[in-house]
Design a protein. Sequence first.
Lengths: 914, 108
Amino acid sequence: MNDEIHKTSEIAASGLKADSELYLSVRRELEVHLEESAENLENSGQNHDQAIETALKKFGSPAEAASDILQVNKKRMKSRARFRLALITFLPLIALGVMLVTVIPEWEYWQLKQEMSLSITKELIKKTALAAGASLEQPTLRQQLLLACDWKKLHKMFPESKEYFANYFMSAMKTDYWTNGYAQQHPPVAPKWLKKARKTDPGNALYDYCAAAELLYFGSKYRKRRSTGAVTDRVKLMEALPYYLNGLKQPFYRNYRSEITRQRLALNRGSENPASELFTSCLRCWNICDYGITEYIEQAIPMWAEELIKVGKPQQAKLILDSWSRFILQHGKYHSDFYMYAECMRMLKVLEKKLPPLYRKIGKSAEAAETQKQLSRITRSWTRRWNKKTPEKVAIRQIFFEHAPRIQHYLGSMLLPEEYKPEELLPGRLREYARADRILLLLIEVLLSCLMLGYGICQLLVRLRLKKNLQPILFIPKGITLLKLVTIGIVVPLFLWRLLILLQPGGRDYALTCSSVNFLFQGVFLILGMTVWPMVITHYCVENHLKELGINVRPRRNGIISVLLMGFLTVILACLPWQLWFSVDIVKWFEGVLMPEMLRFYPDLHILKWLYPLLPLALLAFLFIVVKPAKVLYNWSNPDNLFRYGASLAAMFVVSAIMLISAALLADGYFYWREVHFIKLNPVTNKEGNILYRDRIMRNGNAELNRILSSLQTYNADINNIAIDYILTDAESFCKMIKTSPYLALEKALKAGANANAVDDDKYTALMLACRDRDVKVVKLLLAHGAKVNTWCPGKKHSPRFSPGLSGVNAIMIASYCNPDPRVIKLLIKHGADVNSKALNGYSRCGNFTVLSSKMTPLMFACWNNSPKVISFLLENGAYPLAKNGWGKNVFYYLDKNPKIHDDKIKNMIEALY
Amino acid sequence: MDYDNSLIKGSIDLIILKMLQNRSMYGYEIIRRVNDVTDGRFAWKEGSLYPALHRLEIDKLIVGEWQVKDGERPRRYYTLTRKGMKILVVKIHQWNEFSVTVNSILMA
């Protein structure tokens, strides 16, 4: 092409550069005109150059033409820009709509645990409470009582729960022991677990957590931890496993005990049998179905077995593996309870996966096959039993159906009844639509994806043809517009279709069953297909074409910048699929972490939730008023300014991210408005929010439920009329109160008629525990409420697990042993305690020793462990120093063992008395 | 004979519409046809044709479309629309009235 013609056409069309399509079209038209004019002149006898010159002369001034053309086309350019703006604005908005529909199910997945646990817990609580005979009458009165925490009235109304308070109180006292004493002994691990335990209730769960801490401790920190030794040889511990798993405690006990005596093993606060405790803890934890612990076992046992194989002890390894499988098969029985069933099934599957390879490693293929066979048989049997219909199961299954999609997502389809069909969740005629929808959906997804790709490819081809100067402009408007219209024609009905289904009752559940991943990709395809992909292609092709025409749109000085820009573009493209996750994560963090934290301090912030729906609107207003995307979008098609082009892309990325976040917030606001409280934000909740608490309920299943139920029964809360969150929260605050102020709690309980002589699992009375904990006020209170002074706890063959570790003793013995303050002993003596009383036949523990404590006197206990002050006080109050214990030792024997006594004053005093 | 530019500008829409009355034409063809009819007396700047064409296109009196005819280069053909036809009739009538009026003034 002649340069002059090219130049003239460029100048004449230069005013239209902002609209690249129009610019190219007009320019080409002028070029064709000039070329033809020149050709005609050439045919009439002029030479080439002359012809071109004449043609240009006839054409007139290009600048004037440019001015006229721009003047005329201004209106058209504006309208085209508006159309483009509308297209670029509304298509992503439609895509956003589809995404919103996609986000809603995603949103529900996110809320899965909370909602599921809440609903199921509510149902189960209701059923169990009713079965237990809980009265659900007079909700207002009970609610008021509950709020006022009027224990006296509550007790009068519900006398059967008196015992409960005393037990609870003792649990609280034990908690103090655990938190103070245990943490000191296990500094590396215990604090973390105890911290967790403190946040929970002070009841049984605490012990399990502590046991878990032990387990973890031994598992990970088995090497020397104290100067005296502890377990130095891990293999020994491992060897202990099979015996305890097999329940063969006695033979091992003897061997191990001598071993311990010999090595002075000081594990577990002086326990003589760490492995026993270890596995007891293990079993206890397993029994409460604590996922963390079972998981630990699943990891630890294969690890130990492998280690044994390594050190050349395959027989022991086999024993461990045998024990493990037997243990699971014995204990992991069929449970009709959903959580237990799920957990047992899971454990079976783990066993099925991990055990056979280990057996094969030690050359026991037959055992491997046999175990696998047995496990498969049990799995089948359990599944069959699970699928069998009983009234209870039908009821549970009903709950399952309600939550089926969530369960399916959470646990896989394994646990769902075979007859579960998501379509059934939909009402009437919609079922038919839904069936068709499944196929339609697939087709639409495929079609849309193809269209989007086709759209991009079409643009690419068009531009490539353009590059070759093949005038593809002819079909640009028709082809592209057609594609755009077809796309809109499919996207909008799809969106409406999904919306229709979602708005039906049960629709959300149905939507959950559809593949949300597909929707996600579809959304990404839509965004990519409608915005970035064609833009990038168009930019690339137009730029190449212009270059071909001699228009340099990318000056050399912008080389590095353009490389950076392309890098940025790549990042954007790579990030797009993550935009959704990213935005959901932000909201999740905001909702799940930040908001509850803030609400703890500023409860009034709750009102913010009401403003959520306004937030997207505010953001959009901000965008349109401040950022003025119209201006940015108007410049999109102008390839002259690379910076502006890049900036517009960046703006688009930011805008789409903000819109997605807004959509997520909008959805949340919507659900809040509809009073579907996924996360109940309660300012009185525990530190980690109800999420953790409900997690625990889900994990611990019935054990946790029973605990809650007992507290519910104590409060006689009306579960139908009080929000479940409130009850849970209040239960927690009650526990907290007992923990922080046991005296007040006890006082209330005792005044309300709680049994002052209640005993705990080790048969220690409340008075004994109070003596142990040196709390004069509590001792006084208990004595005032009729606590018996001369009561013995039974003698045991093993020292009790928990403090003070004495068996067959009474309150004064415990006070003499634990309490450096003689005031408690004084009080006890005042209330008739016998200073020369003798312990029953049994074993007690002191420090690292466990000894036969039969016939020990309070003085002996004091000499064994306590201060000279107490010993003196006892002697002054008539304690007989010549008494001998069950195996003929007197106080001197214990004085020698007492590290607190370093001088001979006491000895001299006793000798003087003697 | 060269006519005054303002006269040409005032009548260019009418001329283009008239040219397109019977068939579609592209820009250069319109100029050639006008030159043929007027024996070159109507010497206008070709560059001023396109703004006029675009204006008529925007007003939807004509419609432009790229076409490729056998063995020829792609050209943008303009076709008269129904609206353009109506306007052409009105414009011709106006022109006749106008010329008669002007002539009567000139003859007076």
